[in-house]
Ligand binder design. Structure first.
Ligand code: ZN
Length: 70
């Protein structure tokens, strides 16, 4: 039982610090936010460039507790 408790806490700590960037053109689904201006888009197939500032790097937004806008 102690072992599984350790795993859970380390997974939570890792998720907190882990930020993955997704470049435009990547196949992806879900909510992403622009790393430059924070513009949020819902992607169904391929990541676009940011239509607000032209940035090409995105980070996933669906994991964020602030992403619940609907
Ligand atoms: Zn942007």
């Amino acid at each position: 039982m102690q072992e599984s408790q350790l795993r859970v806490s380390s997974a939570i700590a890792g998720e907190d610090e882990y930020v993955e960037f997704w470049p435009a053109g990547t196949l992806a689904k879900g909510q992403f936010s622009c790393t430059a201006c924070g513009n949020r888009v819902t992607v169904h197939q391929v990541l676009p460039r940011c239509m607000v500032c032209g940035e090409r790097l995105w980070e996933r937004a669906d994991w964020s507790p602030f992403a619940r806008t609907d």
